[in-house]
Design a protein around this ligand. Structure first.
Ligand code: GLY
Ligand code: MN
Ligand code: MN
Length: 432
């Protein structure tokens, strides 16, 4: 099953790239995985992540200095690095059915494998050599198509979700047992079977007011005397494809847990709207309106949702975008592109929104609304929004909880979007 998914995936890529070569009148495209890079004045390398455009072609994690040559009507060619090196583990070409679809050329560092390439040959990836033909717009052309995932890619994201969900369950248990952020992160890594360097992005594990720091990457090794909230935003990878999942767990049934329930309900409603033809910018605006309703219902802000929207109150509590494309890159390429020519569309009303496209079937997107009590933004609101209508003493009570974010990964469909994250949480534990 996976083998046929991979074969079809490869055929789709070959067709996309042949169309691009025809469009730009070029005879070959080389995709380079990239080189290792070293920390300044050190002999340790930065964890390697292959250029996603090259990674997309293969069903295992690509190593550095690997090249793919694509030509019309030919099997793709994999130029595989052969190292004469006893310092590191050997690097054999991975075994598997996939090999039947490829021409494989092992090459040593100094081999001139590129001397046989056609003259009009474009290069995608880092460090294009002098012989490469510069093709303005080629990168945007191929990136645009990447938003639509093949069944093989959707399956990879599903498998990445499966592993991450195991981690989230372990993290929840560790939190309820009173563990520190560091211990919770280690529990997440162990259950999702990965090292920190293999995470698709540095996991965010924030207890209490740390949940109000959007990119909180520190892991406090000390246990909290009074843990209230855990916000964990952490994913896993499957040969490069990422899952990107956030959950907010609480320990008490109180006014904050009621807020979590409201946001959770809103999030599920938004995920359900991820259908073909929907402008993602509209979904973001719907989220702001939804946050305004929640603020009003929970008596955090006495203004009506319409008055709140006019004054920019929801943005004080929800200052980021609703989500983004998901794929080989966590914030996947092409989110601002409205066409294959590379025309970019930003949303002036939502400067942090990373996806401004109209949704199409088989795009994979995140849906990640939040509601936070961020001291800096609350102070700004008090200073700059007269008659903000917010109950400051209630807000003081909420500040120690930090905030809430709930993030699912959703496959856009014409009718019923597929919520990979919820599906996996349900499979894992039918009672949840
Ligand atoms: N974890 C990064 C994000 O949610 O976009
Ligand atoms: Mn996330
Ligand atoms: Mn995300």
């Amino acid at each position: 099953m996976t083998e046929s998914l991979y074969r079809d995936h490869l055929a789709t890529l070959q067709a996309r790239y042949e169309k691009a070569m025809q469009h730009y009148q070029i005879d070959a495209i080389v995709l380079a995985s990239g080189d290792k890079s070293y920390y300044f004045q050190d002999d340790h390398t930065v964890p390697f992540h292959a250029y996603s455009g090259a990674q997309q072609w293969l069903p295992f994690s690509l190593v550095a200095e690997t090249y793919i040559v694509v030509q019309a009507g030919k099997k793709p060619r994999l130029v595989w690095p052969v190292r004469d090196d006893f310092w590191h583990a050997p690097n054999p070409v991975p075994a598997g059915e996939w090999q039947t679809e490829w021409e494989i050329s092992p090459a040593r560092k100094d081999d001139k494998w590129f001397s046989s390439l056609p003259t009009k040959c474009a290069w995608l990836g880092p460090q294009p050599p002098a012989f490469a033909t510069k093709v303005e717009g080629l990168n945007a052309y191929v990136d645009f198509a990447k938003a639509i995932k093949t069944p093989f890619e959707i399956n990879a994201i599903r498998l990445a979700t499966k592993r991450a969900v195991k981690g989230h369950r372990a993290a929840k248990e560790a939190f309820l047992a009173g563990m520190s952020e560091l211990e919770i992160h280690l529990a997440f890594l162990s259950a999702s079977q990965q090292t920190a360097a293999q995470e698709p992005y540095p996991g965010i594990v924030g207890i209490n007011n740390h949940a109000a720091v959007l990119h909180y990457e520190h892991k406090d090794p000390n246990r909290s005397a009074r843990p209230l909230t855990l916000l964990i935003d952490a994913g896993a990878s499957e040969h490069g494809y990422a899952s990107d999942i956030t959950r907010t767990f609480v320990r008490h049934d109180d006014e904050f847990s009621a807020l979590v329930d409201s946001l959770d309900k809103m999030e599920q409603g938004l995920a359900h709207q991820a259908r073909s033809g929907v402008d993602y910018r509209t979904l973001h605006q719907d989220t702001l309106t939804g946050v305004a309703h929640i603020l009003n219902e929970h008596k955090i802000c006495h203004l009506s949702p319409e008055e709140q929207m006019a004054k920019g109150i929801p943005q004080v509590f929800f200052p980021h975008g609703l989500g983004h494309l998901l794929g080989l890159q966590v914030h996947d390429v092409g989110g601002f592109q409205v066409d294959e020519a590379g025309t970019v569309r930003k949303d002036d009303n939502a400067p942090f929104l990373r996806l401004t496209r109209t949704l199409e079937e088989n795009m994979v997107v995140t849906i990640e609304p939040g509601l936070y009590f961020i001291p800096m933004l609350l102070e700004k609101m008090q200073a700059s929004i007269p008659q903000h209508g917010c109950d400051l003493s209630l807000i003081e009570r909420f500040k120690p909880y930090g905030g809430i974010r709930i993030e699912d990964n959703v496959v856009v469909q014409d009718e019923r979007p597929i919520n990979l994250t919820r599906n996996e949480f349900q499979l894992d534990n039918p009672l949840s």
